[in-house]
Design a protein around this ligand. Sequence first.
Ligand SMILES: Nc1ncnc2c1ncn2[C@@H]1O[C@H](COP(=O)(O)OP(=O)(O)OP(=O)(O)O)[C@@H](O)[C@H]1O
Ligand SMILES: [Mg+2]
Length: 278
Amino acid sequence: MTEDAPVLRLEDITCRFPARRAGLRSSTESYVALERASLSVADGEFLSVVGPTGCGKSTLLNVAAGLLTPSSGRVEVFGRALVGTNRQAGYMFQSEALMPWRSALDNVAAGLQFRGLDRSAAREQANAWLKRVGLGGFGARFPHELSGGMRKRVALAQTLVLDPAIILMDEPFSALDVQTRQLMENELLELWSAKKKAVLFITHDLDEAIAMSDRVIVLSAGPATHPIGSFTIDLPRPRDVTAVRSHPRFVDLHARIWEAMKEEVLKGYARQMDALST
Ligand SMILES: Nc1ncnc2c1ncn2[C@@H]1O[C@H](COP(=O)(O)OP(=O)(O)OP(=O)(O)O)[C@@H](O)[C@H]1O
Ligand SMILES: [Mg+2]
């Protein structure tokens, strides 16, 4: 570990995809999802990245997770070049990622077992985490026997049980109803504040980004997506994500960031409409 190096640094990341796989008609061109995108996450920082739909948010997170090798650019974890999967990171996916054939408890225990912990020790730690996310007593249920919010809680426990130095989250709560979502956001903040891990949180929801974060980065609409602004969120903590929305500073920050974002959101929306009509 290099002293004072950011926990995670993405430098000049460009990701090109074959045009046909990216949904373009031409089969010769390539689609540039990200172009020279740079960002870093400091120790203990909760950083959100917002951007219009389809702009390249998940692509960016996949690069940070080491699941996707960028066409060019550099990824560093604690000052060292990342090679292969980012083993310092826990990843909570945009889509449901529980194993349907395993109970909630065994879903949470799985990662520990893959790391070599024996089954009973893994289940004991998994059970403690299920309790922490409010699911004590639900360990024996299978994913299809749980509500969407409960499944997200299991996924959260599954990520945090491994005690990762970096937490990567890709719109983890976007499928939930507003009330459940705000409950989960508060729970996540509470868990985060206990250990202050570095978090890279992806969302398209500016309110969520401001309510949760220490800093918000805005991405441009695709193609060739890159950060166009970085905003420090100097709201007091601990925060209640519902109450903080009426804080005058929240309203002010929201207006400023939205000003930077709205043109990109309109561009992203127009491009999506265009793609759907062809
Ligand atoms: N493996 C891939 N092959 C080809 N194109 C891809 C691939 N992954 C992503 N893309 C394209 O890159 C662009 C960015 O995709 P990405 O999933 O990163 O966007 P996003 O911002 O996460 O979208 P959403 O808001 O819908 O979650 C899209 O145009 C997508 O079609
Ligand atoms: Mg995405």
